[in-house]
Design a protein around this ligand. Structure first.
Ligand code: FUB
Ligand code: ZN
Length: 672
């Protein structure tokens, strides 16, 4: 950042990131899967080369959007004047292409792939041709609604779409040096700067869907141009200043001329625009919007040194993590508005838990870590990575979840509109397809989530992902281990610099009472400060070794008893993984099982290399009540407890559910 930056030291965090080669078997499999299968699959979908099976749209969006042949790339060609066709799809559909492009950018870091590069360069060229002279780019408006540009930003997603492009452009430019990609982003930013601001003829409001804020922060940090951070900060600060802003814009545009009639009348909290951010106490409204907003808040707070923004980010973090987040990291308790509800309201079978919301929480946690060395941010990031996000994709990479329940029953999903948004098997694509490419870009950028380098040079090793990292300072770290299956993690640090390096190892809260840290051969008793154990790596040292032994015993967890839905229940965890029971392993109905609160012994855990890509399986003795006869009495004396038997309940990691036969699934189990 240049001299006008209020916090120039914090600003350089991204520039201090290492170059990382992933060696973790777990994550290597996912990266290869995305490069070999997911990206080609998604390309063929976005390019309309493949018919997809769409489930009913979970957001209740109009039926004419259920087009089996996706028009995303075609819309860009039409906007570029190269084809004559109507706009098809969701108004914000361009963003799916941009997320794909971003995922490709990160993929190219892992592996050179000339064909993928050629495809992506071609997409950048097409995007550049589709961009208007003034920098504006949104194919929905260019093709279909050209006289309504920026006239209805409550619903339009114009800045959301352009924000996604800016993120992709930064990543692609960094990965390939493609200046055209960055040029398009800068022209877009100039167009936004021209149209939004405090000037009399400018628009004084923020997009109904936060995203541009975090994108401008990325652009600011990548280019060092402070004006982008200033613009992002303006968007954060204008939000909610005039709560009537959207209604007034909508009225001027024509009240009933909606793009999304369904969201026009949602309360202003849905858009995080009921009041200024500094006054917002809770994470309310649409969950993905909250996470994108908070990511921007934390990032821009760091870039500009704005303490009030940082405080808001922390307050909203606490609201989510302490009172509104599922054990798997998912958020969004209701499908109505894909939203948060109220504190401790965490229903397991009607919930939303959108994949994008878990991806967004990962972004948020990463930015919080860059602001403050706090283990909790790393804990939540880990929870999202191993549970909430990965559950969004099938193990073969071609099917996806939008909604991620913690309890599901095929009969209920089909039998009641309350659960119609829940699927017990993943879909090939969605009419509103925000999630698949979002997950792809997270997985291919996983190398950016392992270390954070603080302003004073402290290296935080917060994710346990085996890898080889070379930092711009010259420090090299080789991390080894078979996490999440094994709890021994080693770091071999070479520090050729002439300064000692402070190295912080995250001690996960779930192992805080029982872990061992060995430093250069000896057992250490380091101070754990806010979730990190710090050691000094001497200057000029080679092969300095740090070893962490975590407690990987299977554990049983309960929720706070303020959570009505989980009262009297337990969940099974091992390391960062949450487990679930599936009907294909355990005769249904699953609600007839109950287990004691005691954790299974060592014999209750076994790694099965041939199951679900290789997973640790947990077994635990359970009491299973025999199902009452069909058409027997609906209500019985409570003294008639029925017959029950002792059985072995088998559980697999939550992220692998729904990869075998369709059936019931539950995370929470009755406690006997
Ligand atoms: O509105 C754009 C995207 O579609 C949101 O981020 C998702 O939650 C879905 O509603
Ligand atoms: Zn999504």
């Amino acid at each position: 950042m240049n001299a006008t930056n209020a916090n120039p030291e914090g600003a350089g965090t991204e520039a201090r990131l290492p170059d990382v080669e992933i060696t973790s078997a777990f994550w290597r499999r996912y990266i290869d899967l995305v490069i070999d299968k997911v990206l080609p699959y998604q390309w063929s979908v976005l390019n309309g080369e493949r018919e997809v099976d769409l489930p009913p749209d979970p957001g209740g969006n109009p039926v004419d959007a259920y087009d089996k042949l996706n028009h995303s790339i075609r819309n860009l060609r039409v906007a570029a004047g190269e084809e004559d066709a109507p706009f098809r799809g969701m108004p914000f559909q361009d963003s799916d292409v941009y997320k794909w492009l971003e995922a490709v950018a990160y993929a190219l870091h892992h592996r050179s792939d000339p064909e993928l590069r050629r495809l992506a360069d071609g997409v950048v060229d097409l995007i550049a041709r589709a961009q208007r002279e003034d920098g504006y780019l949104d194919t929905f408006f260019q093709i279909k609604e050209h006289d309504r540009v920026f006239k209805r930003i409550q619903q339009s997603h114009e800045l959301y779409v352009m924000g996604h492009y800016i993120e992709a452009a930064v990543a692609y430019w960094q990965a390939t040096g493609n200046e055209k990609a960055l040029g398009v982003a800068k022209r877009m930013a100039a167009c936004i700067e021209e149209n939004f601001g405090d000037g009399e003829t400018q628009i004084h409001g923020a997009d109904g869907h936060p995203e541009i804020e975090l994108a401008l922060a990325c652009l600011a940090e990548a280019t060092g141009e402070e004006r982008y951070a200033a613009m992002g900060r303006w968007f954060l600060n204008v939000r909610g200043q005039d709560p009537d802003f959207y209604d007034e814009q909508n009225r001027a545009d024509g009240w009933d001329r909606d793009f999304f009639a369904v969201i026009r009348d949602f309360p202003r909290t849905y858009y995080q625009a009921a009041e200024p951010i500094a006054d917002q106490r809770d994470a309310d409204g649409h969950a993905v919007r909250v996470t994108y907003l908070c990511t921007g808040l934390a990032h821009i707070a760091r870039l500009t040194g704005d303490a009030s923004l940082a405080e808001s980010a922390e307050r909203l973090w606490d609201s989510i993590v302490r009172r509104r987040m599922y054990i798997t990291g998912q958020i969004g308790s209701t499908h109505v508005g894909e939203s948060f509800t109220y504190d401790y309201d965490l229903p397991n079978d009607t919930m939303y838990g959108e994949t994008c919301a878990s991806v967004g929480m990962s972004f948020f946690a990463r930015q919080m870590l860059a602001m403050k060395a706090r283990g909790e941010y790393g804990d939540v990031l880990e929870k999202e990575l191993f549970n909430g996000t990965l559950a969004g994709m099938s193990l073969d990479g071609t099917h996806f979840y939008y909604v991620n329940p913690l309890e599901a029953d095929p009969a209920a999903c089909k039998g009641t509109p309350d659960k119609g948004h829940v699927l017990t098997h993943r879909a090939g694509w969605f009419a509103c397809a925000c999630c698949p490419a979002n997950l792809a870009r997270l997985i291919t950028s996983i190398d950016r989530y392992i270390y954070t380098v603080m302003a004073d040079g402290t290296i935080l090793a917060h994710q346990f992902i085996a890898s080889k990292a070379v930092f711009p300072s010259g420090v090299r770290i080789e991390q080894a281990g078979d996490y999440p299956w094994d709890g021994v993690i080693t770091w071999r640090v070479d520090n050729p610099t002439d300064r000692a390096v402070r190295f912080g190892v995250r001690i996960p809260a779930w192992s805080a009472d029982s872990f061992e840290l060995h430093v250069d051969g000896g057992q250490a008793r380091p101070d754990v400060v806010d979730g990190f154990a710090y050691v000094e790596v001497p200057a000029g040292g080679e092969g300095f070794e740090v070893r962490l032994d975590l407690n990987m015993a299977v554990r049983l967890v309960r929720s706070s008893n303020r959570v009505r839905e989980d009262a009297g229940k337990v969940a099974v965890m091992r390391g960062p993984l949450v487990y679930c029971a599936e009907e294909c392993d355990n005769a249904g109905p699953l609600w007839l099982y109950s287990v004691s609160g005691a954790a299974p012994t060592e014999a209750g855990y076994r790694f099965e290399p041939d199951l679900l890509g290789g997973v640790g399986v947990v077994t635990k003795v359970a009491i299973r009540a025999q199902e009452d006869p069909k058409d027997g009495p609906l209500y019985l004396s409570a003294e008639d407890r029925g017959i029950s038997e002792l059985v072995e309940l088998r559980m697999v990691p939550y992220y692998t559910w729904a990869n075998r036969d369709d059936g019931q699934m539950t995370v929470w189990l009755n406690r006997s």
